[in-house]
Design a binder for this molecule. Structure first.
Ligand code: AHR
Length: 507
């Protein structure tokens, strides 16, 4: 069996891993909001104000730090006033991006804020630049965050909410180079400055304004926005025009017109998928390098607010609803992303998987017939990695034969790993990316004595194994047997295509 050594200096703490790297995304798309998060007050499914309580409970176990809403592409055709006030009076609209279906606006601002309160998550609201106005966005900020007396405060109170909410994260448009208005970087930079100026900090609420960033490796976009950050009239907020800058990157095994199946794939497609997932690290480093030129002190945060696998939709489902299954391969895509995120925690401050329920690389699938809740393999990676939230990153040096290569020559690291420490406990995340072979990893732990160790394993016989109605526990974590801890060395053996976490109590 191939054996690697992973050297970890437990006393050399790196940058803090923001819990917001484990952020989420809920768009009015397919069955993410309707049927996923929200079933309406009259549903037989237990709910509070229409919000599905089983979904809330499952997500609370992940301690999800933030939730982005209402899109995505939908954000740039969403007009917030349509989603407040008595539900029966709310106008409908056509969701032109996703399925061309009628949106009844029953889930709006108050429902979203109630959902965030139930989840204990910070709201990340994405405003409309593509088809909205500066005044509309400015009013929405006032409606949500101002106290005392003002036109928007009176409207909010008339709609049943006395107190202002706290809204930390505010997105100014989405994918402005595409569905958010098809703008050039230069044009969007001007729009961004105008919109951001009027997204005010009301009372104690301080907005972290997020600029809509690049697609993949469009470094020109990032550079153009970084040049636009300073402003003469920033006395109202000396932090500048925006505080965060996004980019989007999806793991698509094939081409956009034939992306590949979520469950039916061969070894070559598996390795291609993992290689494409690992590519995220090059993109994070590339955007960070551009930002370093304009912001060497790292005041602006890089945010990957859409990531994850994008496959062909499940056969027989609406192509505009982006519903896909989720296998052990997705779990490894997630773990590889998190390892890269942890290594770049100095600049990358937030990431949002697309999307939380029933869309793309979801945590949760809800079955329409049985109403069963299915926790996906990706869900389990989020849960097993929870102790990385706000922990100090630790470098992991992998020594030994480190590549897995498939017959067609696609090569991926055999093992992906990262580690962190918080409150005297270190967590090591390990992925054996080899499709067919087990791998031994000897943890070489230095700088601290380790008192005790325990491990958890997420594995599956086939990498395409997944959870489904009637077999919701097919892929779920189990205890991992560890070798003896001797002289700071601990042997961990991972079966093929598996993910594990090892928790170490330091003395
Ligand atoms: O997550 C699905 C879509 O992907 C989002 O709406 C859009 O921003 C991106 O293109």
């Amino acid at each position: 069996m191939t054996s690697l050594r992973a050297v970890i200096d437990l006393d050399v703490e790196g940058p803090q891993i923001s819990r917001h790297l484990y952020g989420h995304f809920a768009e009015h798309l397919g069955r993410c909001i309707y049927g996923g998060f929200y079933v309406g007050e009259d549903s037989e499914i237990p709910n509070e104000g229409g919000i599905r309580l089983d979904v809330v409970e499952a997500l609370r176990s992940l301690s999800i730090p933030n939730l982005r809403w209402p899109g995505g592409c939908f954000a740039d055709e969403y007009h917030w006033r349509d989603g407040v006030g008595p539900r029966e009076d709310r106008p409908t609209m056509i969701n032109t991006h996703w399925g061309d279906i009628e949106e009844n606006n029953h889930f709006g601002t108050h429902e979203f804020m109630a959902l965030c309160e139930l989840l204990g998550a910070d709201p990340y609201i994405n405003g409309n630049v593509g088809s909205g106005t500066v005044a509309e966005m400015s009013d929405w900020v006032e409606y949500l965050t101002r106290d005392g007396d003002s036109p928007m405060v009176r409207l909010r109170k008339a709609n049943g909410r006395e107190q202002a909410w706290t809204v930390p994260f505010w997105g100014i448009g989405n994918e402005a180079w595409g569905c958010g208005g098809n703008m050039s970087a230069e044009h969007y930079a001007e729009e961004l400055r105008r919109y951001a100026t009027y997204c005010r900090n009301h009372g104690d609420n301080t907005l972290y304004r997020i600029a809509a960033g690049a697609s993949n490796a469009d470094y020109h976009w990032t550079e153009t926005l970084m040049k636009a950050i300073s402003c003469l009239g920033c006395e109202k907020d000396p932090r500048g025009i925006f505080q965060g800058l996004t980019f989007h990157y999806y793991t698509v095994p094939g081409a956009w017109d034939h992306k590949g199946s979520a469950t039916d794939f061969d070894g070559a497609e598996y390795y291609t998928t993992i290689a494409k997932a690992a590519h995220v690290e090059e993109l994070i480093a590339g955007h960070s390098a551009v930002m370093d030129c304009y912001d060497p002190h790292k005041r602006v945060g890089l945010i990957l607010d859409e990531w994850g696998t994008w496959f062909d939709v499940e056969p027989g489902t609406n192509p505009g609803f982006l519903y896909q299954q989720n296998t052990m391969r997705d779990a490894l895509v997630a773990s590889v992303h998190f390892d890269a995120f942890h290594r770049h925690a100095d600049r990358l401050v937030m990431a949002n998987i697309a999307q939380t329920v029933n869309v793309l690389q979801a945590m949760i699938l809800t079955d329409e017939e049985s109403n069963e809740l299915i926790l996906t393999p990706t869900y389990h990676v989020f849960e097993m990695n929870k102790a990385h939230h706000d922990a100090a990153s630790l470098a992991v040096h992998l020594l030994g034969e480190a590549q897995a290569i498939d017959a067609s020559g696609t090569s991926v690291p055999r093992v992906s790993a990262s580690a962190s420490v918080k409150d005297g406990v270190a967590l090591v995340s390990l992925s054996n990316l080899h499709l067919d072979e087990a791998t031994e990893i000897v943890l070489d732990l230095r700088g601290h004595q380790v008192g005790s160790a325990s491990g958890r394993l997420l594995a599956a016989e086939q990498v395409s194994d997944h959870n489904a109605p009637g077999r919701t526990g097919s892929v779920a974590p189990i205890d991992l047997e560890l070798g003896d801890l001797e002289g700071g060395r601990l042997s961990v053996t991972l079966p093929p295509h598996a993910f594990a976490t090892v928790s170490l109590t330091l003395v």
